[in-house]
Design a protein around this ligand. Sequence first.
Ligand code: C5P
Length: 306
Amino acid sequence: MNSKSTTVRVPGKINLQLSVGPLNKTGYHDVATVFQAVSLYDDITVRATEPGSGITVSVVGEHTETVPLDNKNLAFKAAELMCKDYGITPDLSIAIKKSIPVAGGMAGGSANAGGVIVGIDSLFNLGISRNEMEKVGSALGSDIPFTISGGTAIGTGRGEQITPALSRGTYYWVLALSSSGLSTPAVYQECDRLRDGLSVAAPIVNGALMQALMSGDSFALGKALSNDLQAAACSLKPALRLILDVGMDYGALGGIVSGSGPTVAFLAENEEHSLDLVVALTSSGVVGTIVQATGPVAGARVIEHH
Ligand code: C5P
């Protein structure tokens, strides 16, 4: 069947800062986070299929064996919700081409849901505002609104309330990927365990980091990177500490576990420095896969429409 289709390209993200407050009554933690969208993308093709065929999901890319294809997949859930909210018959195929690491702390699953929301809007000419799309996404996952908006933004609440932030220039990242992922709830739980008995302050955005972004100062940004989930991610995956140490020894301007991990992001001064870091990290033998990315980049956007 030669039906109409839309392909949406959606970026992954790094949390330049992730300040985590105490666990609240909703089972979530209030956070103050600074997101940057980076140039690792998933392409999501949404196609209208024959009546009665239902929603199907397929995924290609590295380490995608563990990605569920049923209603546990965020992209599937996003399709169901969009169909329900906008009166669309749920006969759709969703094909995902992944470059964002699976369970890597870079919002890969969220990006797929974001892509489905933007894709369905385009496929059926719904004319939904970006704000409304982000609202639909926020019902399904804390990181989904940012994958739609992209750029650089502050996230508050559970991370789903997005405010665009000023950022000058381009930042060069070297990403150390792990072959096995970390579960976000498990990392938050470990964070609570490590903080047990301590008083935890309300989350707050770091002024020095925002200043560094505004002036395009990658040296200052490198120093200001911080992640309250880093200790928990390292506790569950101790190899991450070694990777962080090696990257910093080799001259990264800063190094951080991205979100709930296990991807480790190192900031380089420029493209040449980022290549030097790749070579050094590769020869160290402590990292499996290393990729380069730049940020900030745009959020979810339609790249093909048939
Ligand atoms: O919103 P999302 O589906 O990404 O969250 C996955 C899990 O991560 C939540 O069920 C919760 O356990 C944890 N989480 C949290 N506080 C946040 C975001 C996520 O505790 N702000």
